[in-house]
Design a protein around this ligand. Structure first.
Ligand code: ADP
Length: 613
């Protein structure tokens, strides 16, 4: 996250650079003015001086030239001119020449070649005999020189009789100025170097706190609030550092508050008995609580980021837009390997910001499987009861109608019809009694008459009665009841009447649904903490698909046969309720066509053998 600032991009560098630039620019401007002024002054002084000399020296030759031009010239004059010239040479003068009006050289210093005297002068500048003052470039020495040509006037001052030529060394002056400029450049370089050091130090003192604050900001962003920025002084940067530390404290506090808020929310969510799913604006899951994971039987890492429509498998019927526009409740059915078939009532609501912007969707799921099942059972029950009562009533009505239409007079038919109506009435009474029993148990009004009994004896008592019926029966069916009892006496606290009713019912069924007779085996055994009674017949058996449902109210595998047998379809339902009330259990194992085994268990605490002793 931390990106290294390169030196050339740093504030440090920029401040130093600004410093140095300001310094250099000012030095340059001052230097330029200074050097230029110096140059102008020096050169002016020099040329003025040379020009002065020329005007001063020139008139001295007037006499000699006048004489030289006259008839009585002796030749002495030439030597005078030469001597005068040599005397006039000063330090800066490189060369001097004197010519007459015809441009004949009269004298020169230094005089390198004597034979030139008296010949036509070869210096172009002089030959016009006009005043010249200029800087020129000397080809031979490759230096700048200052040339002055001063016309020499006649004594009367009305004619020009010759000219004085003066060449002086101005290069020296320029070199002096150059040297001064060099000193200046040197001085400014040293000043620049010093100012770099000063600038770096000054800017470092400014940027150091900034760098520290930046590092602190990075730490805060990482969530490390433990360190603080050093406050170096009371200046603006010091104040900024103080504010920075306060800001850090604030953020830490806010962070803490948010953290605990989130923890609270998390624990509320995870302890909720409802499933909660929250999505972002696009319907992708961002939060899902434990309960929702359990209800939907999914793993968190699989569903985060998944579309809620796909997660709830409603993407065929709904679009996100439809959900957002009409966030209503719906029932979602899911197959759950741990809970079986579950029905989830799901309420959707939008997450809206204050601005009205929809930022997501929340789905709250509640497992209503039980409720829905109960509701369905209640509906089924009412329709079953009505149906069960209507059938016997309709058949009774037709018998009674036939009787009242005259059949009562028929001595053969009438008793038969009356018997049928009586049987149907009995069955209806039995059914209503069963229903009342069930309703009492459902509402918890059935009072259990618990007593401590020897369970072996209780079962024996019921079976004895059946033995008697079997013996007295003169129908073709032949049964044998086989008892396979544990040696041990099993004592249990039960409601005797109700348990008898259960065993009776199972025994009755075993006989009813074994049209070919056979052996009914009654086994009584115990496990560590249960009494187990099993009744096995060799009858019709129960198809696998019906096994779980035979304990449902009014459920019969073969309705017509069961009704003919006088069954109400409530016997096993009552048995189940009775066993539940005793804290026991009832279930069935069966093979179609081979027979069924009904099991009942009761909780049992084996007493110590020496208890009675
Ligand atoms: P019912 O009064 O019709 O016998 P139950 O509740 O006692 O009502 O039994 C429900 C259904 O279970 C019966 O109609 C029958 O189809 C089936 N059933 C019960 N016991 C047996 C058994 N021993 N063998 C075969 N089917 C049985």
């Amino acid at each position: 996250m931390k990106k290294k600032v390169r030196f050339f991009q740093s504030v440090n560098f920029k401040i130093a650079l600004a410093f140095i630039l300001i310094l250099l620019i000012s030095i340059e401007i001052i230097g330029a003015y200074f050097i230029r002024g110096l140059e102008r002054n020096t050169i002016k002084n020099f040329t003025d001086n040379i020009k002065d000399q020329a005007t001063r020296v020139a008139p001295e030759f007037t006499n000699d030239i006048t004489l030289e031009n006259s008839e009585e010239a002796t030749g002495e004059e030439l030597t005078d001119i030469q001597r005068r010239l040599e005397n006039s040479v000063s330090t800066d003068i490189l060369e001097m020449r004197v010519v007459d009006a015809n441009g004949i050289l009269l004298g020169a210093t230094p005089l390198t070649d004597k034979s030139l005297i008296g010949k036509k002068n070869d210096y172009q500048d002089i030959n016009d005999l006009t005043y010249v003052a200029k800087t020129a470039y000397d080809e031979t020495t490759q230096k700048r020189v200052y040339i002055v040509v001063q016309p020499i006037q006649s004594a009367t001052g009305d004619t020009v009789i010759g000219a004085l030529f003066m060449k002086s060394d101005i290069e020296n002056r320029y070199e002096e100025i150059h040297d001064t400029a060099l000193i200046f450049v040197f001085a400014s370089l040293i000043a620049g170097a010093i100012s770099i050091i000063v600038a770096v130090l000054v800017s470092r003192s400014i940027t150091q706190p900034i760098v520290e604050m930046r590092e602190q900001a990075v730490r805060i962003a990482r969530g490390d609030y433990s360190r603080r920025v050093t406050v170096y002084g009371r200046d603006e940067l010091g104040q900024l550092a103080t504010t920075f530390n306060q800001l850090g404290d604030r953020i830490a506090e806010t962070q803490d508050a948010m953290e605990s808020e989130r923890n609270r929310l998390d624990s509320v969510l995870s302890h909720m008995t409802d499933g909660v799913i929250a999505t972002d604006r696009r319907g992708k899951v961002i939060t899902i609580n434990e309960m929702a994971l359990t209800l939907l039987n999914v793993k968190r890492e699989e569903v985060i980021g998944e579309s809620i429509l796909e997660l709830l498998a409603i993407d065929e019927d709904y679009t996100l837009r439809k959900l957002l526009e009409n966030p209503d409740e719906m029932l979602i059915e899911r197959e759950n390997p741990y809970r079986g078939f579950v029905i989830l009532r799901t309420d959707f609501s939008m997450i809206r910001r204050e601005s009205g912007f929809i930022s997501g969707l929340v789905a709250v799921m509640h497992d209503v499987t039980e409720q829905e099942k109960t509701e369905q059972e209640r509906r089924d029950f009412v329709s079953n009861v009505s149906h069960e009562l209507r059938t016997p009533l309709t058949s009774m009505r037709s018998y009674i109608e036939a009787l009242s239409d005259g059949a009562w007079q028929d001595e053969e038919v009438a008793p038969n019809f009356l018997k049928v109506t009586l049987d149907e009435t009995d069955r209806m009474i039995r059914m209503i009694n069963d229903l009342l029993d069930l309703s009492r148990m459902d509402s918890g009004k059935a009072v259990m008459q618990l007593e401590y009994v020897n369970f072996n004896e209780l079962v024996s008592f019921v079976l004895d009665r059946f033995d008697m019926i079997v013996d007295n029966q003169d129908s073709g069916k032949k049964y044998r009841i086989r008892r396979d009892f544990t040696k041990r006496d099993l004592w249990a606290e039960v409601d005797t009447d109700k348990i008898i009713q259960v065993v009776d019912n199972i025994m009755n069924n075993a006989i009813k649904y074994s049209p070919d007779g056979g052996t009914i085996t009654v086994r009584l055994s115990e496990t560590h903490n249960n009494i187990v009674l099993s009744i096995t017949d060799q009858g019709l058996g129960i198809p696998k698909k019906d096994l779980a449902r035979v304990f449902d109210r009014f459920y019969r595998v073969d309705k017509a046969r069961a009704r003919k047998q006088g069954g109400t379809g409530l016997g096993l339902a009552i048995s189940k309720e009775v066993m539940k009330a005793h804290g026991g259990n009832i279930w069935v194992e069966s093979q179609e066509g081979r027979g069924s085994t009904f099991y009942i268990t009761l909780p049992y605490e084996p007493y110590e053998e020496d208890w009675w002793e």
